[in-house]
Design a protein around this ligand. Structure first.
Ligand SMILES: [Zn+2]
Length: 283
C-alpha cells in the first residue's frame, strides 16, 4: 500500500442552502454486503446523560456500501463492504495466530459481496471513498480493482498485527489522504470537501469513531442524502441523539460530531439521512 495526498478542489459554496440549490446529476444506491453482530450498549453510549436504562442486547446489523453514479464523472463507491470470503468464513479470511480467537460475528448470503453488486449493475469504478479503515468498511477492497484511487481522511490509522492478526485489506492499493485543514468549514457540519469539484458529493470530517472518520453528502436531483457512516451506527442512536462508545477511538469527539449532524438535520429537514449500519432499501 502506498500513501499520497488527495488534491482538494476549493469550493466557492459557503452554505448548505447554496449547495442544495445547485443540485447535480448524481445518484446513490446502497448495497448490503452482509451483516455483523454488535452490542446495543456500546453502539449507543450507555454513559451519556440522555441515557438512563439501556437494555443490553446483541443486534445483527447490515454492512453497507454505497454506489455513487454521476452522469458526467462516472461511478464511485463510498465504503467497500465485504468481499466474498465472508460467505464461507465468518471471519472473512483473516489470517494469523490469533484469528481462531475472533468471534464468528459476520454473516453473508451468497451473491451479497461487493463485486457481485458492482457486476450486476455494470459499475465501472473510478474511485473509492472510505469512511474509515475498519474491516466491515474495507474488506471488500480485496475484490476491487487496484488501479483506482482509494481515499481516506488524513490521520486515519490502519493496523495489521502480523503475524498475529491480519486481513491484507489494502494490499496493492494507493491510499489518498484528504487534508481537511485546507478548506473553510461550512456550518453546522464544519470541515467539508467537494470531492468531485462540482458540488455533487461532499466528504465531511466527523472524527471520533476513528481519527480520520468521514461522513458524506450526496447532492442529487432527487434531493440531498446524508450518509452518516459510523458517526451514527443505527437509527436508534440518531433518534436518541447519542453516539457510540464501543469500537470508538474518542467518545467525546464522536458525540461532538453527532451533535453537529443533528443540528444540520434540524436546519435541513429536506435531507434524507442513512445511518452507518442501516439498510435504506429495507422496509
Ligand atoms: Zn462499521
Amino acid at each position: 500500500m502506498k500513501r499520497s495526498i488527495f488534491t482538494v478542489k476549493k469550493s466557492s459554496m459557503k452554505s448548505w442552502n447554496e449547495i442544495f440549490r445547485n443540485q447535480r446529476p448524481v445518484k446513490v444506491k446502497s448495497f448490503k454486503t452482509g451483516t455483523v453482530i454488535i452490542n446495543r450498549r456500546g453502539t449507543i453510549n450507555p454513559n451519556h446523560s440522555k441515557i438512563h436504562d439501556l437494555e443490553d442486547k446483541e443486534l445483527e446489523v447490515p454492512i453497507m456500501a454505497h454506489w455513487i453514479h454521476h452522469e458526467d464523472f462516472g461511478d464511485y463507491l463510498i465504503d467497500a463492504g465485504l468481499d466474498a470470503s465472508y460467505f464461507k468464513d465468518p471471519r472473512g479470511n483473516v489470517r494469523g495466530i490469533l484469528a481462531g480467537f475472533l468471534a464468528d460475528e459476520f454473516h453473508q448470503d451468497e451473491n451479497q459481496n461487493i463485486a457481485f453488486h458492482l457486476q450486476k449493475n455494470q459499475v465501472k469504478l473510478k474511485g473509492v471513498f472510505l469512511s474509515h479503515l475498519h474491516s466491515d468498511h474495507m474488506a471488500g477492497i480485496r475484490e476491487l480493482p487496484k488501479n483506482i484511487p482509494y481515499v481516506v481522511g488524513k490521520g486515519e490509522k490502519y493496523f495489521e498485527y502480523k503475524p498475529f492478526l491480519y486481513g491484507n485489506y489494502l494490499k496493492g492499493i494507493n491510499l489518498h489522504e484528504i487534508d481537511f485543514s485546507t478548506v473553510e468549514p461550512i456550518r453546522p457540519l464544519g470541515l467539508s470537501v467537494d470531492l468531485l469539484g462540482d458540488g455533487s458529493l461532499w466528504a465531511v470530517s466527523t472524527p471520533g469513531h476513528t481519527r480520520g472518520h468521514m461522513s458524506f453528502v450526496v447532492n442529487g436531483f432527487e434531493g440531498p442524502v446524508f450518509l452518516t457512516t459510523d458517526a451514527c451506527f443505527i437509527r436508534e442512536g440518531l433518534e436518541l441523539g447519542v453516539a457510540s462508545s464501543d469500537y470508538t477511538w474518542n467518545v467525546k469527539m464522536a458525540q461532538n460530531s453527532l451533535d453537529k449532524i443533528l443540528e444540520f438535520l434540524k436546519e435541513h429537514p429536506e435531507v434524507k439521512v442513512v445511518c452507518g449500519h442501516e439498510d435504506p432499501n429495507a422496509d
